[in-house]
Design a protein around this ligand. Structure first.
Ligand SMILES: Cc1cc2nc3c(=O)[nH]c(=O)nc-3n(C[C@H](O)[C@H](O)[C@H](O)COP(=O)(O)OP(=O)(O)OC[C@H]3O[C@@H](n4cnc5c(N)ncnc54)[C@H](O)[C@@H]3O)c2cc1C
Length: 370
């Protein structure tokens, strides 16, 4: 069987690795438009149990990546300079580049070498492959080669992804108001001496601040000024840190003929719940399991993949959508007192009710901040 994987992000790399391991007779080709080691963003966070989903079936990958991750157990929510710590909600993080390098290392040991600098075009002839997997992210080219019933809805807030040398103790959400309007930063350390710093603001604030006419350096300087207290003298670092609107991608069908979508090509989950990377890798696991079970019957395997995986993905997307909506209205929430604001924040996705919170975050619920 001949397999083409388009995109060497977390979904594509991990899929190629699993296919090599579980379906050794398959021929695997994986293409990536960018050169190796060029990636956007700084770190990625994983919520709660980090890479536990890999542990049972792929202990080697788990063992290789987990020691490289930063981990912590609290979230800090800072409103108008007042921090509220929510205990017991663990996260871990790693640099996106480091993560991709580790996944690529696993793949190369298995004997598959991604073809970098190869951008698949919409009109490419894909007829020679038995299966084509679109793991090519939110702007997927594969999606445009068939009718997947795609919708892409941009959220109205703007965000830009920076880094900083300031090392934060916890995942922190800092909310600040200035003369232009309302800003939020999602920040956390993803390496011993580096943190991720995602700036976000609502659309009216973005217009009033004049970002439309600022280049990357001016935007960075503005961000440093707004978040001077959080950064405590440290600088922001940019890496293609342009303002974007989060694209909410959905597909009515994940499968069209012998083509299937996984990862962000298939759907995007708002970054505030820290699940996109895990979901992408879990897609790869589910797809390979379906292919293993259904032998050479590709249509049956793809149908089984979608039927089994969709309810799980939909549940997570409901939480991601609710969280994204909360951020779309964050200036209004900022009218709350800091502790009420933290309650609103932690309950935003609908996944943590007061009963669960009492169990996992007793310090926060009791109001006793250490
Ligand atoms: C601001 C922000 C913060 C985020 N933070 C987190 C986080 O903290 N935790 C988390 O889990 N997730 C986070 N995410 C989401 C996460 O980045 C994605 O869910 C994840 O990377 C999806 O993996 P993927 O492999 O499906 O797609 P991608 O990582 O997008 O990889 C797709 C690959 O396909 C390549 N490609 C695209 N088109 C072509 C083509 N035509 N030909 C060849 N190659 C192509 C791209 O270059 C890319 O390398 C965040 C996203 C954003 C926007």
């Amino acid at each position: 069987m001949r397999l083409l994987i388009v995109g060497a992000g977390p979904a594509g790399l991990y899929l190629a690795y699993l296919v090599r391991r579980q379906l050794p007779a398959w021929e695997v080709r994986i293409v990536e438009q960018n050169p190796p080691d060029s990636t956007f963003g700084f770190g990625v966070v994983f919520s709660e149990r980090a890479l536990e989903f890999l542990r049972a079936d792929d202990a080697e990958t788990y063992e290789r990546i987990t020691p490289q991750m930063e981990a912590w157990t609290d979230i800090s929510v800072v409103l108008r300079g007042a921090p509220v710590v929510i205990d017991g909600i663990g996260f871990s993080a790693i640099g996106r580049l480091k993560f991709l390098q580790l996944l690529r290392g696993r793949l190369e040991v298995a004997g598959v070498f991604p073809e970098y600098g190869f951008a698949l075009r919409e009109r490419e002839n894909l007829g020679e492959f038995d299966l084509v997997v679109g793991a090519d992210g939110a702007n997927s080219a594969i999606r445009k080669t068939a009718d997947f019933g795609t919708t892409v809805t941009p959220l109205s807030n703007r965000f830009a992804w920076f880094g900083t040398t300031k090392v934060f103790d916890t995942l922190t959400q800092t909310f600040v108001q200035n003369e232009a309007g309302f800003f939020n930063a999602h920040h956390y350390r993803h390496a011993p001496s580096m943190s991720t710093f995602v700036l976000e603001c609502d659309a009216p604030t973005w217009m009033r601040a004049g970002f439309e006419h600022m280049d990357e350096a001016a935007t960075l300087a503005y961000g440093e000024k707004v978040f001077v207290d959080a950064l405590q003298g440290h600088k922001l670092v940019s890496n293609n840190s342009v303002w974007r609107n989060f694209p909410k991608v959905r597909n009515r069908r994940w499968v069209a003929g012998n083509k299937v979508l996984i990862g962000d090509a298939q759907r995007t989950a708002h970054f505030s719940i820290g699940s996109g990377t895990r979901l992408a890798m879990e897609d790869a696991i589910a797809l390979v399991n379906a292919l293993s079970r259904h032998g050479k019957d590709i249509p049956e395997a793809l149908a089984a993949f979608e039927a089994a995986r969709r309810p799980i993905v939909d549940k997570l997307l409901a939480a991601a959508d609710a969280s994204g909506e909360w951020y779309e209205r964050f200036p209004a929430h900022m009218r709350l007192a800091p502790r009420d604001f933290a309650w609103s924040y932690i309950q935003r996705s609908g996944r943590i009710d007061p009963k669960k919170l009492r169990r996992i975050a007793p310090r926060f619920v009791s109001g006793k901040q250490s």
